[in-house]
Design a protein around this ligand. Structure first.
Ligand code: ADP
Length: 619
């Protein structure tokens, strides 16, 4: 019967990217071969959590009395290894869909990073990318997975693959629920084939598995709910180990928060702030964040509504007695208990960050540099805590060194008369590019501090704050600049008016207006936005998001004390029809667009430039 079935084994091909991934794993992760064990145990533990949860709501479960456990057997003579769990098991679709394809969206990113820094990539990172199972192929040439889904009458299957191009699946008879994975360790890893080595590795990685873990007959882990211990009884090292275990991170956390809340609502929580952000912090925030337990029983590992989005970089557990044990996901989603816990957690986390900002600047800045982009979106999302979040915002300014951060609070403390009671900012792609913006000249000359916003997320937050401590927050592109009295360097009013009129004539519909500039010092012209418009950089960001988005017209400011403008004014008086005059106006306007990154016809710009140079150099 068995044989008949194995003859009917179906063959499947791995997807192309899967092959790449397998190759990379086998060749790059050889320095930490024991990682495979952590990954397998963690998969078994997930599967056990899932079945424990299913049991609460579904009476139709195979072997519903079977002990929830993980059993590892290793034979030092034959180098055979197996790990068996009584977890949820896999249906055929899981075997083709989950073991046969790349499970997580982060995987391609993982491949890319592996390719880029093959030398430095840490093998421990593998678990973060949802490719853990495949780490097996570091230590073996062929894997057999036998599995039976937990629901009564499920068919059992055997999945076999050598991790090359294909895998096969066949139906088998398997009595028990769950999954057994077996393989023979490669010759070069035969040292792993001993109970002693395996126990040693498990000590390091899997002490917090919430189910009994056996090596041979011996139970090797202590099942503890760390968050139920008293704060004083927990060692720093236990916390770090626990964090690594739940987060799949290989580094220590930046900090943690241990809560024991009693009263109206009762819960315990152990929360961690990671030290380093994952490659895409916005996407990662949609993944697993907090695990929810109800009286020590695991309920779900992606309790989405326990934290607001902008704090979803945290990892940890929340355990409450106030939810019924057989609570379903739908219930947790709308439960007032969850909403209350979320409020308390949010407040406590902000408190922790405030504490760092206050007492440990370096730690706070590490946090901010990693998670600031996500965190600051809280300004728009969390009305209740908006003021606290605003207080925690950081940025560079014209008064900080590169990389040094400041806050609104410190900015305001440094404000002078010249600020006119306003907080100024400019936004752009990099500090270098914003510092070169001619619109800054007036502020530099008058020693007015300007906040430099270079994080794309700033665009969607800072303008919505509007004011801080009663001071308006304004873009320098839109700021009103007071007219300097008695500047004898400028063209007189008649000349100034005629050159401005001439600019208007040449540029016509291209600009909203042409005006005499009060803000320019060294540059001849600049573009600004009208009161109603967005500043230039923000507009560009909007256009990236929405191709239909139409920017507003710009106002061209001209610096009537600039030598070039004076020359043009003289030319105008001499000969209004001069080609050089007209071309110069065009060139100045296109140059201003170029600085904003908006130039439409770079070829015309360069052509005109060449002609000018030709004229200037011909004898
Ligand atoms: P991840 O665990 O991060 O999703 P893996 O490559 O380790 O990525 O595993 C892929 C998938 O295979 C898992 O998500 C799970 O659905 C399934 N799987 C792996 N091991 C087991 C197991 N022991 N029991 C049940 N399902 C499993």
């Amino acid at each position: 019967m068995e044989q008949n079935k194995s003859m009917a084994a179906e063959k499947f091909e791995f997807k192309a990217e899967m092959k790449q991934l397998l190759q990379l794993i086998i060749h790059s992760l050889y320095t930490n071969p024991e990682i495979f064990l952590r990954e397998l145990v963690s998969n078994s533990s997930d599967a056990l959590n899932k079945v424990r949860f299913l049991k609460l709501t579904n009476p139709n479960i195979n072997d519903s009395d079977a002990e929830l456990s993980i059993k590892i057997n290793v034979n030092s003579e034959t180098q055979e290894f197996s790990i068996e769990d009584t977890g949820i098991g896999m249906a055929k679709e899981d075997l083709t869909g989950k073991l046969g394809t790349i499970a997580s969206s982060g995987t391609m990113e993982f491949i890319r990073q592996m390719k880029e820094n093959q030398q430095t990539l840490d093998a421990n990172m593998i678990g973060q990318f949802g490719v853990g199972f495949y780490s097996l192929f570091m230590v073996t040439d062929e894997v057999t997975v036998e599995t039976k889904y937990a629901e009564k009458d499920a068919q059992a299957y055997r999945w076999i693959s050598s991790g090359q191009d294909t895998f096969s699946i066949e139906e088998i008879d398997k009595e028990t629920r769950g999954t057994k994975i077996s393989f023979k360790l490669k010759e070069e890893y035969k040292d792993l084939a001993s109970d002693y080595r395996i126990k040693d590795i498990l000590q390091k990685y899997s002490n917090f598995v919430d189910f009994p873990l056996y090596v041979g007959e011996e139970k090797v882990n202590k099942v503890t709910a760390l968050w139920h211990k008293r704060k004083d009884d927990i060692q720093e090292e236990e916390l770090t180990d626990f964090y690594k275990f739940i987060s799949n991170d290989y580094q220590e956390p930046l900090g943690h928060l241990h809560l024991n809340i009693e009263g109206n609502i009762n819960f315990k929580a152990l929360l961690f702030v990671p030290k380093v952000a994952p490659p895409d912090v916005f996407k990662a925030s949609q993944d697993k964040s907090l695990q929810l337990y109800s009286s020590k029983v695991f309920i779900q590992d992606d309790a989405k509504n326990l934290l607001p989005d902008y704090l979803k970089f945290l990892k940890g557990v929340v355990d409450t007695e106030d939810l019924p044990l057989n609570v379903s996901r739908e219930v947790t989603q709308n439960s007032p208990v969850m909403a209350k816990i979320k409020n308390i957690l949010t407040g406590k986390i902000l408190g922790l960050l405030e504490d760092w900002a206050d007492k440990d600047k370096e730690k706070y800045e590490t946090f901010y540099n990693n998670f600031g982009s996500l965190f600051k979106t809280g300004v728009n999302a969390d009305f209740t805590n908006k003021d606290r979040i605003v207080e925690l915002l950081r940025f560079e300014s014209t008064k900080t060194e590169v990389g040094e951060l400041t806050s609104f609070n410190s900015y305001v403390a440094r404000m002078t008369e010249a600020n006119d009671n306003k907080v100024y900012y400019i936004s752009g792609n990099t500090r270098e590019s914003v510092e070169a913006n001619p619109n800054l000249e007036y502020f530099k000359k008058n020693k007015i501090e300007v906040i430099l916003l270079t994080d794309p997320a700033d665009i969607f937050t800072i303008p919505y704050i509007n004011e801080y401590d009663g001071k308006q927050i304004v873009s320098i592109d839109k700021a009103d600049i007071k007219k300097e009295e008695g500047n004898s360097d400028k063209l007189d009013e008649t000349k100034s008016n005629s050159i401005i009129d001439y600019f208007k004539e040449v540029l016509g519909e291209e600009v909203e207006d042409v005006v005499e500039s009060q803000r320019l010092v060294d540059s001849a012209v600049t573009l600004i936005v009208g009161k109603a418009g967005m500043d230039a950089h923000m507009e560009k960001m909007m256009q990236m998001l929405d191709k239909q988005f139409k920017g507003s017209k710009r106002i061209l400011e001209i610096n009537t004390s600039h030598k070039l403008i004076k020359n043009l004014s003289a030319l105008l008086e001499e000969n209004k029809e001069s080609d050089v005059l007209k071309e110069s106006v065009e060139q100045l306007y296109q140059g201003a667009l170029l600085i904003e990154g908006y130039i439409q016809k770079p070829t015309d710009f360069v052509k005109r430039m060449t002609e000018f140079m030709e004229k200037a150099t011909s004898k």
